[in-house]
Design a binder for this molecule. Sequence first.
Ligand code: SF4
Length: 506
Amino acid sequence: MTDPLLICAPMRIEARAIRRGLRSSASSAETLRSGSVPEVLRTGFGTTRAAQAAKNMSHRPFGPVAVMGVGAGLTDDLRPGDLVVGTDVGAVSCGSAPLLAAELRRAGLSARTGPITTVDHLVRRHERASLAAAGYLLADMESGPLAAAAGEHPVAVVRAVSDTPDRPLAGIVSGGLAALRSLRAAAPVLRRWADACGPRQVLLAGPRSFCAGVERAIEIVERALERQGEPIYVRKQIVHNTRVVGDLESRGAVFVDELDQVPDGATVVFSAHGVSPAVRQDASRRGLAVIDATCPLVSKVHAEARRFAADGYTVALIGHAGHEEVEGTLGEAPSSTVLVQTPEDVAALRPRDGERVAYLMQTTLSLDEAAQVSGALRERFPAVRGPGSDDICYATTNRQVAVRAVAADSDLVLVAGSANSSNSVRLVEACERNGTPAHLIDSAADIDLGWLTGVSTVGLTAGASAPPAVVEEIISALAGLGPLSVSERVTTTESIRFGLPKEVRQ
Ligand code: SF4
């Protein structure tokens, strides 16, 4: 953006608070890096003056537009000084609201997102209730026309709560002071938001998001809930994604760490990562009804571990300590299996018979990392045997190949996925090995606006456990920062489906 941020503030005291906030941050290193100097425009109190100011805006150059000021909180949970970042303001949709609200929270402010309505009078108690019932978080008297005047420019609306349903006009003085303090503290963050604005392209990696094993595991829990009603117990996270787990929880799934948290006789689902035989035996001893959502590709590795161990092999399991899948596979043949994470672990390996060494892999490893360790095994034990077909699953491989293809042409890659998702973490590493900065994010709110400054091409992918909806949310948030073109690079297509266990089959 060549034109600077324009901050519209209706009243003199609001404009003054914002200017002070901008001045107080003017010496910070972050602000000095920024080239643009925001302009604070006092637009006047009320809808009539706002409409006039909006008309006048067409005669001047401006870049991103922020409308800031105080407003009336409509819901009982809002407190004076809370910030409301508008998602929808009149007919204007502010796509970047989740990014801005998260940035405000990272700055230590209390910020929520939601619809804001503009009215032509001060709202009274009964009217607050009906506006809240209509879904609005805050009412003001200026934002609608000013936001509309931004036209095609990125727009943000940030209002600080001055009065609330339980402290309406009587509390307006103390509430107003709290609101002005919040506006002052928010002003530098708006500048960071403006610095992140600009035209951009998104390169979507294909394939991305859910794999067949994750879709199957989620469907198993959904069907179990439909058939048996809540609660359905699930040992560990069904897949490693906070959004998926939260959604199933809200529908009646109860996630537990261990079986002793499951009541006798209840139904328990084993997660996609698999369990050791000891857990199966425990469930059977307790009389629990088990539905196994272990991914068939993980079950294949378990079977290989049992077969090699039965043939007298020492099994080197290439994987990450503590991961649930690794725990499950180690448990298949505990006296014959050794975890190796690095070439150094291979050097330290002491097999019973150097001629009878085999290796297996965690399904979600990075291709490079696994090749390094399996190479070290082949070098030290020339007769080493590997799995019949590669243990790193098709979905892991495909997503790594796809993200490398977009990383090569991106300034930055965003990977949707949770921090405990192994395959998602590997996608970040794959980009970084290629020299492209990458970040793992659970949702659009995890995007730090500073990452986007000066970035014109964003690669975007999602780990095998991350829902496609998160990718859509990220795209719509980025579209709120300026013109966005989205294209997809498909390196392969997937058609694999796994059958369901008999307990939930129709
Ligand atoms: S990532 Fe691979 S092994 Fe894991 S659930 Fe998906 S398909 Fe199965």
